[in-house]
Write a protein that binds this ligand. Structure first.
Ligand code: GLA
Length: 384
């Protein structure tokens, strides 16, 4: 989709040219999974795929939502607040509009057309992308005083309160703050961040979509969120901490008996060890040591598989193949898990061979093919 095609589609639906076109990326998380809602550090980056939005004000006091990806449309009268309506895709932009109105801002009617080239529900943050693009559009169009951090927080609030998923801040932050060829090291407790060089030299970052439908992913995600809360509560009996990620591995070893539930103990072990790995991954990137970084990716996957139990046969099959492929130095599931995507670092000149072989390997074991594509690390939300 290019800008001209988007203008054409907009005119065909609403008449006239759109006043603005915006783009918001999706993200991959390099390492630090299921860490954001436990107050630790994560390392996401924005990718070149994402959501496009063509938009104009209207005088009809109507919010019109249309998408090139879904046939479902919505047309709602402008009012003071909204609640989630069914399961439609437009609840994401509607949720952020609701937040903007709650904050006392005034807006007019809007004609909105969305298009996304991110696979939906594949763990690349298509929902954060559509939330943030809507906030950004309204900020620009109505001169709203919303900082970048506030945009991310508003997207998270929408996800938590309007959509009903207890997700953390990572996705929205990454798609707002993304920077070309940089990974973002984000402290999810303080929202302090720094950009790290993500220079992959002879290697490229490959995304492998398992094409496994993430059924029940939201409820399992909320279950993990609750399990972490219970483990934290038990550890707090003797430890003066706010988040699981405030605990280091030595202290965890001394106090893990307090949890008294083997499942919760596994969950905490993942979180605490993964947070530690993010620190090691940061050192590896700063030292330009991609081999160590790759090993940490494999270790992260193992922990998500064994301790956090959010991987699954499909993602494990992908990572298993990557381990057996000499010119792949690291791989892991990315995002919430339960299906969705994995990422891998593969020698540039082997991409074609890697793709052919992983597709065959996966298809033989799973019964359908994955999608494999190289990804560039791009900028955050912007006007086009
Ligand atoms: C989803 C959530 C994020 C984060 C990841 C797991 O993408 O939206 O907040 O918790 O899962 O790391």
């Amino acid at each position: 989709m290019n800008v001209n095609a988007m203008i054409k589609e907009f005119s065909a639906r609403f008449g006239g040219s759109p006043e603005h076109i915006f783009f918001c990326p999706g993200r991959v998380n390099l390492i630090g999974e299921h860490i954001d809602y436990n107050g630790g550090k994560v390392m996401p980056c924005a990718i070149s795929l994402g959501t496009y939005m063509a938009v104009s004000k209207n005088k009809d006091r109507l919010l019109r939502f249309q998408s090139l990806d879904f046939s479902e449309k919505a047309e709602l009268r402008l009012q003071e607040s909204y609640t989630k309506t069914g399961k439609g895709w437009f609840n994401y932009p509607l949720g952020v509009i609701n937040e903007i109105l709650h904050d006392g801002n005034t807006i007019s009617g809007l004609d909105m057309l969305f298009y996304g080239n991110l696979p939906v529900g594949a763990g690349l943050s298509s929902s954060a992308s559509i939330e943030v693009i809507t906030i950004f559009a309204l900020k620009k169009m109505f001169g709203l005083n919303i900082s970048e951090k506030e945009m991310a927080l508003m997207g998270k609030k929408t996800e938590n309160e309007f959509i009903g998923v207890n997700s953390g801040i990572m996705d929205q932050f990454a798609v707002v703050m993304g920077k070309k060829d940089k990974a973002i090291l984000l402290n999810c407790d303080t929202l302090e961040y720094e950009y790290l060089p993500f220079e992959t030299g002879d290697y490229i970052l490959v995304i492998i979509n398992s094409n496994k439908q993430r059924t029940l992913a939201d409820s399992k995600y909320n279950e993990r969120f609750a399990e972490c809360g219970k483990a934290l509560k038990a550890l707090k009996k003797e430890l003066d901490v706010t988040h699981l990620c405030d605990i280091d591995l030595t202290s965890f070893e001394k106090h893990r008996h307090l949890i008294n539930d083997p499942v919760l103990e596994k969950r905490a072990l993942h979180v605490i060890s993964e947070n530690f790995r993010v620190g090691e991954a940061k050192d590896a990137l700063k030292a330009n040591d991609l081999i160590t970084f790759g090993k940490l990716m494999y270790a992260s996957h193992q922990s998500l598989k064994d301790w956090y139990e959010v991987s699954g046969k499909e993602l494990d099959t992908i990572v298993e193949f990557c381990k057996s492929y000499k010119d792949c130095i690291g791989a892991r599931m990315t995002g919430a898990g339960f299906g969705g995507c994995a990422i891998a670092l593969v020698k540039k000149d082997k991409l074609e061979d890697f793709t052919m072989k992983i597709v065959e390997y996966y298809n033989e074991r799973i019964g359908y093919k994955p999608d494999v594509f190289a990804s560039e690390i791009g900028d955050g939300v912007k006007g086009l």
